[in-house]
Structure formats: structure tokens, C-alpha cells
Design a protein around this ligand. Sequence first.
Ligand code: UT7
Length: 321
Amino acid sequence: MSFYIAGTGSALPEKIVSNEDLTAFLDTSDEWIFTRTGIHNRRVLTHETLNDLAILSARRALEDAGVTGQEVGLILCATMRGDTVTPSLACVVAEAIGSRAPAFDVNAACVGVLYCMEIADSFIATGKADTVLIVSAEAMSKLLDWKDRSTCVLFGDGSGALVLRKGAGRLAGVLSTDPDSHVIRMPNIEGMNSPYNEHAPEPLAMHMDGGEVYKFAVNAMGRNIAEVCRLAQLAPGDIDWYLPHQANIRIIDASLRKFRIGKEKVLVNITDYGNMSATSISVLLDEYARRGTFKRGDKLLFVAFGAGLTSGAVIVEWGKD
Ligand code: UT7
């Protein structure tokens, strides 16, 4: 026995930054960004904190599921960096919703929510928890070099959440890592003022080899879709809805092309939000769930890739409690 998705929520910063807005300080254009990536706008933190968004999306998911903070048996936060190194973002959320459940952060970059789903599966299957709250939250705007047009135009900030409860919805999951510490790299705060530190500080911004990530992404997405379908004993054509990581519309199209999946089955929101790392998939799920897109028994396939390099896919049947 594993989980079903009992509720979803999301929270986004108020500030919308368009491609056109970026041309005020970058040598770029709406035409370049949109044709290369499919992105028009992204949300960016201004007066809000990442904690604010994470707590709000968590509350919305709990309300949607009809679950109180006290009923949650495990809290997992998918994030590359919360507002504080410690307490973890998961502990911040636990305090806000009045939970004393175990709570910790998971850093698997853009694949974070899928890693959290698989951890939740293990906790539920072994009887350690019946209800798991997963919150993804990323402040990408604070990790980027806003002078580097090859990275800063791609990302956005946001938070999404889901409540998983004991049930028979999860059909299969697969996670993997193709370790490479160079193609996407974001150094941590190095040394601070330790008089013993012998390392020169690296520039504190994300560096990415876009072309290498692109090749990995198309390969990894295809490989994970094939593998998770094999584990669930389904054909890619049996899946009702594909929810891919929203990094680049061309990556999504290229990964799915060989499976001959109709475009109407592939959900996207990259145009409005850009790449929100771990948060992309959970906001996508929440938006389409709230529109009533999914019917009981529909099969949803989540697939993602990210820094690390990490990748994975999970198939969940909607409403199987
Ligand atoms: O969640 C995981 C995170 N990362 C990704 O998923 C990224 C995966 N990679 C990609 O999505 C694509 O590789 C990019 C969108 C990053 C780049 O697209 P591309 O078609 O691979 O472009 P490119 O890197 O080959 O750059 C083409 C040109 C270069 O100019 P030259 O050398 O040909 O003169 C760049 O300097 O485009 C230039 N360029 C830009 N021009 C205008 C790079 N960024 C920009 C920009 N505006 N923002």
C-alpha cells in the first residue's frame, strides 16, 4: 500500500517580470527567449520571503485535502536553498502549521518533488506515516547572476505543495543520478570569515552549460518515461496526462516525440513561470487539478531532470484512495 494525492496547493510571488522587462538591463529579446525556451514571463520575489510562499502553499494543500497540521506524519521540503540554512524550510513549515512530525529538506534540484514522493512512498509503505506533506519552494532569483543572460532569463520563483495519504494511487516510480558536478553548479557560502579557510571563494551564482544540460535532459526524460512505464506495466500511450519538468518547451517536445504522445496530453505552464526548479511540477499539478482536468482513474506521469545530475519519473492514478 502506498499513497494517493489527496490535495494540492501553490503560492507565487506577486511580481511578474516579462521578457521585455529584462531587455532594460540585458542584451536579450522576447523573440530570442520565447523561440529558444517557450518562456514569456516569470514570477520574482520582492517583498515576500520564500518562507511566506512555502507556508501559504502548504496551507492551501492541507485545506484542499481536508487535513490539519496535526494529522501530518512527515514533512518534506524540496528546495535547493531555503531562507535559512538552519532551521530547514521543512521545520519552518512544521512550526507554521502546528506539526511535530519529522521534517527535513531534500535537495535534488528540479527533481526534488519526485524524490520526495518516493521517500513518502517508503514511509507510508513501512507504516511510519499515513499522511505526508510535500512542499517545494525555490528562490531562483537569489541564486542567479542577473548579468548572465544565458541563465537568468530561464528561471522563476515559486512554491507548490501536495498532501499524500495512504492509498493505492502510486503505480511506479524511478529515480537516478548521473553524477556531474560541472554542467550546472551553484557554490555554497564559502568559508565565511573562518581564519582557517584556505579556499578562494567561487562566484556565488549559478553556472550552467546549457547545451550539455539540453542533451542530458532529452535523454534522461526519455529513459525515465520508458522505465517507469515498464515498471507500471503500461505503454506510454496508456498515460492520460504527462506532467514534465518545465525547463524548456523544446526539451519537452523532443523527449516525448519518440513516444508519439498527443500534445493535448502534455501539460505546460512554462510560458507564464519559466523554470521554477523543484517547484515547476507541483505548481503545474495544482493548476490543472484546480481546473478539474483530472478525472478519477486518470494516469498521471511526472518526469523531471535537474542539477546533480538527477532525474526521475513517477506514475500516479488520480483519486485512488
Ligand atoms: O532545470 C535544468 C536547468 N537547465 C536547463 O534546462 C537548460 C537546458 N538548455 C537550454 O534550455 C538551452 O540550451 C538554452 C535555452 C539555455 C540555450 O539555447 P541554445 O539554443 O542552446 O542556445 P546557445 O546556448 O547555443 O546560444 C546561442 C546564442 C549564443 O550566441 P553566439 O555564441 O551564437 O553568438 C548566446 O550567446 O545565443 C546567445 N544567447 C542569448 N541571446 C539573447 C544566450 N542567451 C541569450 C539571451 N538572449 N538571453
